[in-house]
Design a protein around this ligand. Structure first.
Ligand SMILES: Nc1nc2c(c(=O)[nH]1)N[C@H]1C(S)=C(S)[C@@H](COP(=O)(O)OP(=O)(O)OC[C@H]3O[C@@H](n4cnc5c(=O)[nH]c(N)nc54)[C@H](O)[C@@H]3O)O[C@H]1N2
Ligand SMILES: Nc1nc2c(c(=O)[nH]1)N[C@H]1C(S)=C(S)[C@@H](COP(=O)(O)OP(=O)(O)OC[C@H]3O[C@@H](n4cnc5c(=O)[nH]c(N)nc54)[C@H](O)[C@@H]3O)O[C@H]1N2
Ligand code: SF4
Ligand SMILES: [Mo]
Length: 776
C-alpha cells in the first residue's frame, strides 16, 4: 500500500497525487492519503471516526482524526471501493480546519430593530413558529417555501420532506440541487423512466473509451480523475474525448477535444447522432427490441451534417467525425456528463442525447459501457431520492394517484394533504413567488443563494423585503445569513451522524466525530423540534413525525423506498459501518447492485415510472393516457429535439460569451475551502480568463484589473490569459462580496433563465463585455 502524506507531494501543484497506472480490467490500487493539522502527530490522534468526504459528489471514504474534542485532520479509508484511500486537495485540506474557526456561529441570531442579535434557541424557534403560523393563517400552505441543499444528510431531507408535504402541505420545496443536478435527474427520467445512475465507477477500469461531456473532472472530482488517469497513463489506455470550450487539465490528455461554443451542445449531439446512424454504428436488433423513438430521431438529426454541425459549434468537422468514429467503433464507452451540459438552455435535450448514443450502441448495463449523469454536490442524490427537492420521495411520480396514495398511507394522512395537483414548484419559481409576495416565509438551509443564484442584484432585493420572513440554517454568517430574519447555527459534517449517497449510488454512513460547535444543532434536530412546536399530526391525531434519532428516520426511509428504484430496504446502519453499499439493496440483493439495467429492462412501465415524460422543447408534461398509448413496457426512450440558439447571444454592446464554473482549489462559496490555508493561498481572489486575442481587443494585460459587465450587473477581477477559446470569457463563481468592496461574484452577471425540462438555470451562457479599470 502506498501512503501519501501532505509532505510527499505538493498537492496544490499536483492535485491528483501519486500515479499507479494499470492495465484494462485490472483493479485500481490502494493509496492512503493523510493530512493532519500542523503540530499534530499521528500519535496524538485519539480516535479515527469513519465518514465520507462532503466536498463533492465523489464521496470518498475517509476517517476523521479527533484529538482534544476537535477534528484535526483526515485520512482516506483504504478499504473504501470509491477511493481506495485517496483524497484530493479539498478533502485533505478543507475537511476539518473550518470546524473550529472563530467565525463559526455558536448561538441563534434574531433580527431585532434591523440588527441580528444573539438569542437563545427557545426565542429563535418561537420566532420561526410564530412567523409560520402567521403566514399559514394569512396565506395558507402556499405562503410557505423551503429552499434546501445538496449537502445535508439523507435523514434530514426525508424529515423535512415529510414536514413540508404532509405537515404543512406546500408544494414549494426545492433544493439548490435545481442549480446542480436537476438535469441529471431529468435526463435519466426522460430516457429510462426514473432517476438512478445506470453506470458505476468500476466502468472506468473496463472501458475502452471515455467521453466527458462538459465535465472538468480533473478539477471537480480530483480522485475520480486520478482513477481515470491511472488508466489513461497505461499503455492500453482508453481513448479520451472531451467537450468543453476551455483548455482544462482534461483537455491536456484528450485524443479529441471539441471546444464547442457555449450554447451549442445540442447541435453537436445532433451531428454525432447522425454520424452514428449514417455509418451504421448502431445495434439495430437491440434498438428495435429495447427502445422507442428511432424514426423521429432519424428525421430530426438528418439535416445535421458534419459541416453544418461544425459551423454552429465552431469546431472543425474532422474533429467531430473523429469523436463520432471513436464512439461508433469502440466496444465499451463510458460517458460522464456535468455542468457544461446541465447549466445550459437545452440541458435536458443534450444530456438525453448522450443517453441516446449509448442506447443506439447498446452500451448500457455491462462492464465499461455506461452512463454517469454525474452529480456535483455530495448529497444531491439524496435530496432527489427523499423529496426535499421538487420530487416525491423514492422517485414516485407526482401525477400518479397510486404513488401519492402509497405516501399518504405511509404517513397516515389523507392523499389530498400531499400537494400533487401540479408539479412540485421548482426553485426558480419559488424565488419568483417570494419576489411577488405570494410566499411570505422562506426557510433556506445549507445553501448560500446570495452568492450561488443567478442575477444577484435581484436575489438580494428579494431577501431584503420586509414582507418576506427568512430563516437560514448555516454554520457561518454567510452573505445570505446576513440578510435573514433568523439564523440557526447548524452542526455540520463530523458533528452529526447520517447517510448519503455518491454519484455511483454508494451509500455511506458518516458518523459523528465531535460535539456540535457551541450551541449549534443538527438540521435534523432543528426540524424535529420545529415539527414538535408546530404540533403536526397524522389523521389519527398522533404526532406526524415520531422520530428522535437519525437512525429512526433511516428506518422509516427504508420502508418508504422499498420496491422503488432507490431501494434501501436491505441496509442497516450496522452494515454501513463496515463500508459503503450501492443501492438498490434488498433482502434478495444484500450486497447491493453495481449496474442498473443489465437486462435492458428500464423503469418506464406506466405504473412504475417516476415521470411520464416532458416535451423537451416546452417542458409540457405527457399525460398518463399518452404514456400508456406508447406502451413503453420497460423499453427506453430515444428522445430528440432540434437545436435552438441560447436566449442571450453576444451583441455589439456585449460582444463576448460569458461562462462560469469552478477552480480545483475552492468549493462553491468557500465557507470551508476559504478557511483552509493552502487552498485560500492557492486561489485568494477572483479572476477572469480571456483568450490572448480577446485580451488584446479589450486592451488589457495579464494581471491587470478589469471590470466585467453584463446587462444585469458588473464585477471587478484580475485578468488571466489563456485556457479559454476566443470569444468566450470564463469566471470562477466562488467569490462572494466582502463588505464595502467591489462586487466579485460571477452571479452579479448571470441571467435568470432555465432549461424548460429540468428548470436548471443557465450559468454557462450569457453575454458580457470587459473593460480595463482606470489606473489607480
Ligand atoms: N473544486 C471543486 N470541485 C467541485 C465543486 C467546486 O465548487 N469546486 N463543486 C461540485 C459541484 S456541486 C458540482 S455541480 C461539480 C461541477 O463540476 P463540473 O461540471 O466539472 O464543473 P464546472 O466548472 O461548473 O463546469 C465544467 C466545464 O463546463 C465547461 N463549459 C462551459 N460552457 C460550456 C458549454 O456550453 N458546453 C460545454 N460542453 N462545456 C461548457 C467549462 O469550461 C467547465 O470547464 O463539481 C463538484 N466538485
Ligand atoms: N455562476 C455560477 N453559479 C453557480 C454554479 C456555477 O457553475 N456557476 N453552480 C451551481 C451549483 S452546481 C451549485 S451546487 C450551487 C452551490 O451553491 P451553494 O449551495 O449556495 O454553495 P455552498 O457554498 O456550498 O453553500 C452551502 C452552505 O451550507 C453551509 N453548510 C455546510 N454544511 C452544512 C450543514 O450540515 N448544515 C447547514 N445548515 N449548513 C451547512 C455552508 O457553510 C454554506 O454556507 O451553486 C450554483 N451556482
Ligand atoms: S474527490 Fe471529492 S469527495 Fe473525494 S476528496 Fe476530493 S472533494 Fe472529497
Ligand atoms: Mo453543483
Amino acid at each position: 500500500m502506498t501512503v501519501e502524506r501532505e509532505v510527499s507531494v505538493d498537492r496544490i501543484e499536483d492535485p491528483w497525487g501519486l500515479a499507479a497506472p494499470h492495465p484494462q480490467g485490472t483493479p485500481w490500487s490502494v493509496r492512503q492519503d493523510l493530512w493532519l493539522e500542523p503540530g499534530t502527530g499521528e500519535d496524538a490522534v485519539e480516535r479515527w471516526v469513519p465518514s465520507a468526504c462532503v466536498l463533492c459528489s465523489n464521496g470518498c471514504g475517509c476517517e476523521i482524526a479527533v484529538a482534544g474534542g476537535r477534528m484535526v485532520g483526515v485520512r482516506g479509508r483504504a478499504s473504501d471501493p470509491v477511493n481506495l484511500g485517496r483524497l484530493g486537495p479539498k478533502g485533505l485540506f478543507a475537511s476539518t480546519p473550518w470546524s473550529h474557526s472563530r467565525e463559526r456561529l455558536s448561538r441563534p441570531l434574531l433580527r431585532k430593530d434591523g440588527e441580528l442579535v444573539e438569542v437563545g434557541w427557545d426565542e429563535a424557534m418561537d420566532a420561526v413558529v410564530q412567523a409560520s403560523r402567521r403566514v399559514l393563517a394569512e396565506k395558507g400552505p402556499l405562503g410557505m417555501g423551503f429552499y434546501t441543499s445538496g449537502q445535508l444528510m439523507l435523514e434530514e431531507y426525508y424529515a423535512l420532506g415529510v414536514i413540508g408535504k404532509a405537515g404543512i402541505g406546500t408544494p414549494h420545496m426545492d433544493g439548490n440541487t435545481r442549480l446542480c443536478t436537476a438535469t441529471a435527474a431529468a435526463s435519466l427520467k426522460e430516457s429510462f423512466g426514473t432517476d438512478g445512475q445506470p453506470g458505476t465507477y468500476d466502468d472506468i477500469e473496463h472501458c475502452d473509451a471515455l467521453f466527458l461531456w462538459g465535465h472538468n473532472v480533473a478539477e471537480t472530482q480530483t480522485v475520480l480523475w486520478r482513477r481515470m488517469l491511472d488508466r489513461l497513463e497505461a499503455p492500453d489506455r482508453p481513448a479520451l474525448v472531451l467537450v468543453d470550450p476551455r483548455e482544462t487539465p482534461v483537455a491536456a490528455k484528450a485524443d479529441v477535444h471539441l471546444r464547442v461554443l457555449p450554447g451549442t451542445n445540442q447541435a453537436l449531439m445532433l451531428g454525432l447522432t447522425r454520424e452514428l446512424l449514417h455509418h451504421g454504428w448502431w445495434d439495430e436488433a437491440w434498438v428495435q427490441a429495447h427502445t422507442i423513438g428511432l424514426e423521429e430521431m432519424r428525421s430530426t438529426v438528418e439535416p445535421w451534417t458534419l459541416d453544418r454541425t461544425a459551423e454552429v459549434c465552431g469546431v472543425p468537422a474532422a474533429e467531430i467525425a473523429h469523436a463520432a468514429r471513436i464512439f461508433g467503433t469502440r466496444d465499451r464507452v463510458l460517458s460522464t456528463v456535468l455542468q457544461g451540459f446541465y447549466q445550459s438552455h437545452q440541458a435536458t435535450a443534450a444530456s438525453v442525447a448522450v443517453n441516446n448514443l449509448h442506447l443506439l450502441r447498446a452500451m448500457i448495463g455491462r462492464p465499461g459501457a455506461g452512463v454517469l449523469q454525474m452529480n456535483g454536490q455530495p448529497t444531491a442524490q439524496n435530496n432527489r431520492e427523499c423529496g426535499a427537492d421538487g420530487d416525491l420521495p423514492a422517485f414516485r411520480n407526482w401525477s400518479n394517484e397510486e404513488h401519492v396514495r402509497q405516501l399518504a398511507e405511509l404517513w397516515n394522512v389523507e392523499p389530498s394533504t400531499i400537494p400533487h395537483w401540479a408539479p412540485p414548484t421548482h426553485a426558480m419559481q419559488i424565488w419568483r413567488y417570494a419576489e411577488q409576495g405570494s410566499i411570505g416565509f422562506l426557510w433556506i438551509s445549507a445553501t448560500n443563494p446570495a452568492v450561488s443564484l443567478p442575477e444577484l442584484p435581484r436575489i438580494r432585493e428579494i431577501l431584503q423585503q420586509d414582507r418576506l420572513f427568512t430563516v437560514v440554517n448555516d454554520g457561518f454568517l454567510t452573505e445570505t445569513a446576513e440578510l435573514a430574519d433568523v439564523v440557526l447555527p447548524s452542526a455540520m459534517w463530523g458533528e452529526k451522524t447520517g447517510t448519503f449517497t455518491n454519484a455511483s449510488r454508494y451509500v455511506h454512513l458518516a458518523q459523528q466525530a465531535v460535539e456540535p460547535y457551541g450551541e449549534s444543532r443538527s438540521d435534523l434536530d432543528i426540524w424535529l423540534d420545529y415539527a414538535r412546536r408546530m404540533d403536526f399530526r397524522d389523521k389519527d391525531g398522533q404526532p406526524l413525525i415520531p422520530w428522535q434519532t437519525p437512525e429512526d428516520v433511516f428506518e422509516a426511509w427504508k420502508e418508504c423506498s422499498k420496491g422503488r428504484p432507490c431501494d434501501y430496504s436491505g441496509l442497516t446502519y450496522e452494515r454501513l459501518a463496515e463500508g459503503p453499499v450501492q443501492w438498490p439493496v434488498t433482502a434478495e440483493r444484500p450486497s447491493g447492485t453495481a449496474r442498473l439495467y443489465p437486462d435492458a429492462h428500464f423503469g418506464t412501465d406506466t405504473d412504475y415510472a417516476e415521470s411520464w415524460g416532458q416535451d423537451l422543447e416546452t417542458g409540457a408534461s405527457t399525460t398518463e393516457e399518452q404514456h400508456k398509448a406508447m406502451a413503453p413496457a420497460g423499453r427506453a426512450f430515444l428522445r430528440v429535439v432540434d437545436h435552438s440558439p441560447p436566449p442571450e447571444v453576444p451583441s455589439a454592446e456585449f460582444p463576448l460569451v460569458l461562462t462560469t464554473g469552478r477552480t480545483v482549489y475552492h468549493f462553491h462559496t468557500r465557507t470551508k475551502t476559504g478557511r483552509a490555508r493552502q487552498l485560500r493561498e492557492a486561489a485568494p481572489r477572483v479572476w477572469v480568463e480571456l483568450s490572448a486575442e480577446d485580451a488584446e481587443s479589450a486592451g488589457v494585460a495579464a494581471g491587470q484589473r478589469v471590470r466585467v459587465e453584463s446587462p444585469r450587473g458588473a464585477l471587478e477581477a484580475e485578468v488571466r490569459i489563456g485556457r479559454t477559446r476566443t470569444g468566450v470569457v470564463f469566471i470562477p463563481w466562488h467569490y462572494g462580496q466582502r463588505k464595502g468592496e467591489p462586487h466579485t461574484a460571477a452571479n452579479e452577471l448571470t441571467i435568470t433563465a432555465w432549461d424548460p425540462v429540468s428548470k436548471q438555470p443557465l450559468f454557462k451562457i450569457g453575454a458580457c463585455r470587459v473593460r480595463p479599470l482606470e489606473e489607480g
